[in-house]
Design a protein around this ligand. Sequence first.
Ligand SMILES: Nc1ncnc2c1ncn2[C@@H]1O[C@H](COP(=O)(O)OP(=O)(O)OP(=O)(O)O)[C@@H](O)[C@H]1O
Ligand code: SF4
Length: 790
Amino acid sequence: MKFNIDDLPVLFPYPRIYPEQYAYMCDLKRTLDNGGHCVLEMPSGTGKTVSLLSLIVAFQQYYPEHRKLIYCSRTMSEIEKALAELKNLMKFRTEQLGYEEDFRGLGLTSRKNLCLHPSVKREKSGAVVDARCRSLTAGFVKEKKERGEDVDLCIYHENLDLLEPHNLIPPGVWTLDDTLQYGESQKQCPYFTVRRMMSFCNVIIYSYHYLLDPKIAERVSRELSKDCIVVFDEAHNIDNVCIESLSIDITEDSLRKAGRGAVNLERKIEEMKATDASKLQNEYAKLVEGLREADEARNEDAFMSNPALPDDLLKEAVPGNIRRAEHFVAFLKRFVEYLKTRMKVLHVISETPPSFLQHLKELTFIEKKPLRFCAERLTSLVRTLELTSIEDYQPLQEVATFATLCATYDKGFLLILEPFESESATVPNPILHLTCLDAAIAIKPVFERFSSVIITSGTISPLEMYPKMLDFTTVVQESYNMTLARRSFLPMIVTRGSDQGAISSGFQIRNDPSVVRNYGNLLVEFAKLTPDGIVVFFPSYLYMESIISMWQGMGTLDAVWKYKLILIETPDSQETSLALETYRHACSNGRGAVLLCVARGKVSEGIDFDHHYGRTVICIGVPFQYTESRILKARLEFLREQYRIRENDFLSFDAMRHAAQCLGRVLRGKDDYGVMVLADRRFQKKRSQLPKWINQALLDADTNLSVDQATSTAKKFLKTMSTPFPARLQDGISTWNEQQLAAHKEKVEDENIAMLQDGIQNGHTGSKGGAAGNEFDDEELDEAMMGIDA
Ligand SMILES: Nc1ncnc2c1ncn2[C@@H]1O[C@H](COP(=O)(O)OP(=O)(O)OP(=O)(O)O)[C@@H](O)[C@H]1O
Ligand code: SF4
């Protein structure tokens, strides 16, 4: 369908639009017009992707600036889905406009997914694929070939140089699959085709890391211009991605390997001195000028890049004591030895980077400045030495990254040395964590560089938490309702068992036989009444294991087994895929199945249980994080001091965003239906932290149910749902055709005029849904702080 938002003509590739899609697009347009950032929460399965793409492509094509869209998603399947949606949109636009627009949309993922080289693509590890690819494509390998040496090159990479650089792939939208097929047919590398064509694309769809992880972003995304429109889809975990991209763990094993790497480097330096000393001399001369100049020709070698953010990168000359290759390696060895001695301590140490550096200086005379250069200096050396098996130097690179991060950032980081794996362990197995506490550090350059950043997800309540945590301001912050012609999902909070005993995964009572039995009864009852699939989420693997073994003893599993197959998620991804496949099979053939999994696990984040694959979702307990974790404690303290976010507010927010993610798994569209059970008495007080669209569907009467009451409510609901509901009944309510949309716009305009006439100023109030609020009482806080979910 076609419609206008203000003066902007929008082409939307479906005959009907959902009211929330229209509202979402209006707010997007407002954000782009005003030039600023926004946080938008759109109910799951209501076509967020197509709304984003239709509006932004319309904006891009209509206005002369032709602003590029950078669309970041989390997983490869989500990237592929968005590309397919874009392809469909562009096809529709061509049909409507009567001509094909000059447009290119491409998706980028790792080499591992896009490699075509017959032997490299068979490697299992992404790091090995990267390393092997480099050994076939690096500039010095090519030079060797030109000199007539017997080295292998990748023909898929070589062929790219024969093409016009701005036209490596014809215009159009290419899904990852299309790109692979095209690469195969033309014998050209899909990965480098996309990398090199990024400046010539209208839309790029790739993973978060290409913008947020400085090690990758610096290489891949540095040429993107300021007026690009950046979208982070499924952004409810964006703070964790930011933090992970700047955190690093060092173990005794990695230090041993790093030491070996340094010895190897020494050997290589000696060899090069004997054969071609001028290369080392050249490197030295260039380092006097500064690392940037020394490293100009590194465009495509995404290896050992700098972990620090662009603004924090060094532009000065490299300090004299690490300019010579052998001096630098000796320097690294000294640093590795120092770290080894630190690992020998048998008590937990937590210190800030300045205090670490102070101690380091006292003991070894290593200064901060050369440490800052470590990562880049190592890159330069590896290039000069023309090393090919770079995966052997990975641990040394980690140490160099660690050094650079420690010496670059004074604030927002903490070093934590944990000598033992767990409280009860007696054999030391030390880990030195350099943990980033401030998510705002990694994302800051994105907000500073791009004028419009859109943070969106199906579950991103409370909206105001994200601007606080990520330290940015928004022009629009909105949460949308789900318009439904009938009540097609039933959220409820179960607080008591059939015996009226409270149910909760709270620390004190979680393993009480009566609580476990009540949870078991809940599962058995829902297994009886739910057709096809049930997904059950536990707060942690540990709790899931203990409850399953207790259920085994109580005969609960046997009772469930009568009605459904039981499958379990494990930390092993292959096992879990197999369980999922069997689960789907059982749902499809009528046997029905229960999938037991954990909040924050793979299933809760990326897997959709649409239609019969998920008719009931049960959240057993509030999925709090393991609060005894020192890293989490340090982050909580930081959030309190830096951003005035109280510990309990953050813990509660974090638990609820994961609970909401779990609930959202079963509702994948307007024609879908399902029951959402929050089984813990503590959910009652956290209700306001649910996304607006779930909270509004939760009736007051359904917030304090016993297992019996919940069963009878769900039975009635499922009975209603099983009656046919023709799509035409949604017309005008949860879907609009062009006339209905026009009528809505007219109504809004009339209302605005009337309001103006009344002298009432009209303005957006922003989100009212899911205020953060402090919903903890003292008892709950105690529970949370006592480490409920190990
Ligand atoms: N107006 C519409 N009419 C019919 N189908 C639509 C419409 N809008 C979207 N869809 C379809 O609905 C499905 C769900 O859309 P999509 O996956 O984009 O939802 P979403 O909001 O991104 O969900 P989530 O964020 O939870 O993944 C898609 O297959 C999409 O093509
Ligand atoms: S250039 Fe492309 S095809 Fe060749 S090894 Fe690298 S990723 Fe694979």
